[in-house]
Structure formats: C-alpha cells, structure tokens
Design a protein around this ligand. Structure first.
Ligand code: 5GP
Ligand code: MG
Length: 178
C-alpha cells in the first residue's frame, strides 16, 4: 500500500444507508425503553454511529472509547490498551458497542472482556463490517452490517493512515497499475 493506492467502491452510499436503516430497526426492537449505553470505538466508528443513532428514536446515552494496539502497522499486535477510558458507569447498563470492522477480533475481544468485568446488565456488539477470513479469536457480532473480503477497507469513517475517512462509500484500497 502506498500513496498510489486508489479506493474502489465495494458498497455504495445507498447500500450503506439501507444497511444502517436495517440495523437501526433491529436495535430499536431490542433496546427501546432500556436507555442503553451506545459505546463507539474511535475513530473508525464515528460516521456509522452518527448515522445510526439518528435513526434511534428513544432515549439512549452516547459514549466513546479510544483503543490502540502497541506497535504500528496495519496488523493487530494483539496487545491492546484503552487509551481514552470510559467516563460513564457501565455496571447495570445495557451496553451496545459500536465498531467499524472486526478483523482478527483481538481488539474487540479485549474491549468486551474489559467491559464484562464492569458487570453491565447486557453487553452486545454492533459492527459495520466483518472480515471473518482473518479471525484469530471467536467474536459474536450481534448486529452486522456487511461481510467484507480479505482486503483493506476504507471510507465511511475507516482510514488508511488517516486518509479516506471522509469517503461516503465503503471502499477497498487497491494498488494502482503503473
Ligand atoms: P482487529 O483487532 O479485529 O484485527 O482489528 C482491529 C482494528 O484494526 C479495527 O477496529 C480497525 O480499526 C483496524 N482494521 C482492521 N482491518 C481494517 C481494514 O480493512 N481497514 C481499516 N481501515 N482498518 C482496519
Ligand atoms: Mg477500530
């Protein structure tokens, strides 16, 4: 991957919109009247989360947590730390974690473990995308948008080196033929 990499549309903004609407319908059925805590994982989930909660017409709380793995690069090192911790009380709450992509699963498995220790009333996961071909630890995704191939995904909040987050479609980053 280099500066010549070009994003190609995998799921158009229309498909994304329809899928977010479908997820909102599912979540509305399960969480109405529960005042859930929706916990977005920064930065990748911000656009998805903003669109999703606009479609949830009941009281809920919004919180964000920022995670990072030790060591750079695109691969999960498996050693995760909570960079910006939670300010909201998790104990006794119905917590719904909002993620952009589950790849190896190491990041989300770490966070779910961390949250479970805080004794929420319930704990579920909503992910915009899933890349099951790369899974290293089992993860249950309760609300899933799209399954994606084993390619690097950008757009609709997802970045490559902080680039391409602004794209309204979900794209695959491909090498330009030179
Ligand atoms: P995991 O721990 O499941 O391997 O991946 C965790 C994080 O790596 C994701 O939350 C995401 O931030 C990043 N990641 C994994 N695969 C991709 C991808 O295809 N595109 C982008 N932009 N980020 C990814
Ligand atoms: Mg992420």
């Amino acid at each position: 991957m280099d500066s010549q990499s070009k994003p190609r549309i995998l799921f158009s903004r229309g498909e994304v919109e329809a899928t977010v609407r479908r997820l909102a319908t599912e979540i509305r059925q399960d969480y109405q009247g529960k005042n859930p805590l929706l916990l977005g994982i920064l930065k990748g989930s911000f656009m998805f989360m903003a669109d999703l909660i606009r479609l949830l017409d009941f009281p809920l709380e919004v919180e964000f947590v920022r995670l990072s793995s030790y060591g750079g690069g695109r691969e999960s090192s498996g050693k995760i730390k909570v960079v910006q911790g939670l300010r909201s009380e998790v104990r006794g709450r119905d917590v719904l974690v909002i993620e952009d992509i589950v790849d190896t699963g190491l990041t989300i498995a770490f966070l779910l473990d961390y949250l479970r220790k805080k004794k929420p009333a319930s704990l579920k996961l909503c992910s915009l995308t899933d890349k099951p071909s790369r899974r290293q630890v089992p993860v249950t995704i309760d609300y899933l948008g799209f399954t994606v191939p084993d390619k690097f995904i950008v757009g609709y909040g997802l970045d490559w080196d902080e680039k391409f987050r602004y794209l309204p479609d979900i794209c695959v980053l491909e090498q330009e033929n030179r």
